[in-house]
Design a protein around this ligand. Structure first.
Ligand SMILES: [Cu+2]
Length: 117
């Protein structure tokens, strides 16, 4: 019984960490291609800085075969794309106003953010 309680607490702590405390570093979109790897429940990198008012593109490669990882959505931009397994998928982004734009999979397990400034 005690073990089960401890496991429960551990699970709660993990969930809290995962959703509220875990803050990945920002990655700036440089001159070269930016490739976002979709694996093990995280986009890496997951926080991507983009210049404002300039069209750009981001690429994803999905290494996670679960259906959860299959789609990437950017709701504010009405973008919804299917990511083929183990293949690079490039998404064109229009020129964007300054702000933060979330992107995530359908169930929002995978989550990331575009930081436009
Ligand atoms: Cu998902």
């Amino acid at each position: 019984m005690l073990i089960i309680n401890l496991l429960g607490l551990l699970l709660i702590a993990l969930i809290v960490w995962w959703f509220w405390l875990y803050k990945p570093k920002d990655t700036e979109l440089g001159e070269g291609d930016l490739l976002i790897v979709v694996e093990n429940g995280i986009y890496s990198p997951s926080r991507i800085k983009l210049p404002a008012n300039k069209a750009s593109e981001i690429s994803f490669i999905r290494r996670d075969a679960t259906p959860c990882a299959e789609m990437v959505l950017i709701p504010e931009l009405q973008i919804s794309e299917t990511l083929p397994l183990d293949q690079t998928k490039t998404i064109q982004l229009p020129a964007l106003d300054k702000g933060h734009y979330d992107f995530h999979c359908q169930m929002q397990m995978y989550r990331g953010q575009l930081i436009v400034e």
